[in-house]
Ligand binder design. Structure first.
Ligand SMILES: [Zn+2]
Length: 217
């Protein structure tokens, strides 16, 4: 009975459609408005239903050298080799955070360590980033929340902020490595001047959004 019911329903729906016996069949491509196939639409069709990741904006599309993007990608996923991660595998590690020597080094700590907060304070003053709420980072548990907060959709100049986050976090990471592996330490004020000169080089090399928030010096 069910099959007969479906057949009758189909019959009723198709009755209004005239079929020209002599006409050739045509194929319509449903992924374009024109109904004509294009390679672009076929490619997009493969990505239907994908969830967009904030990593695209904050990392891959932001202006930064590729090695820093790769570092950011690892760091946001909590996959940089900090002491906690090395310890879990029983590998040699530095133990306490080399920047403040007070807390066990974890990826989420290192970028909101008091050393890093001081550095961000200097950057905030230099670029007049009044909208950057550094104190709110303390309550954020993961490095991902902290990092993505810097260029989230409510942030002004978010393209520039995505680049700045990468430059600053990379500089902090290099300072961490200099302390761990070469026993050399630098004050936040010195790191701040390094960031300023690097930012100028980035702008010359094409980081135009970063250039828009930088003061002319
Ligand atoms: Zn620390």
């Amino acid at each position: 009975m069910e099959h007969i019911r479906q057949l009758v329903t189909l019959w009723a729906r198709l009755r209004a459609i005239p079929l020209a016996v002599d006409a050739e069949d045509t194929i319509t491509w449903k992924h374009t408005a024109s109904g004509i196939y294009s390679a672009t639409s076929a490619y997009s069709a493969q990505l239907l239903g994908l969830v967009s990741s904030p990593m695209g904006f904050a990392v891959w599309k932001a202006w930064a050298p590729p090695k820093m993007k790769f570092f950011a990608w690892l760091a946001i996923q909590n996959r940089v080799w900090t002491a906690d991660r090395l310890e879990r595998r029983g590998w040699p590690n530095c133990g306490l955070c080399p920047l403040c020597k007070q807390t066990l080094e974890t990826a989420s700590h290192i970028f909101k360590c008091r050393y890093s907060i001081r550095l961000w304070g200097l950057i905030k003053g230099w670029l007049k980033l009044d909208y950057l709420d550094i104190s709110s980072w303390i309550t954020m548990r993961s490095i991902k929340d902290c990092w993505l907060n810097m260029s989230n959709s409510s942030m002004p100049n978010r393209k520039a902020m995505a680049s700045l986050a990468m430059l600053t976090c990379w500089t902090i990471w290099c300072e961490r490595n200099a302390r761990v592996f070469r026993h050399k330490s630098t004050l936040p004020s010195v790191l701040f001047s390094n960031i300023k000169s690097d930012a100028n080089l980035w702008v010359i090399a094409g980081a135009k959004h970063l250039g828009q928030i930088m003061p002319g010096e």
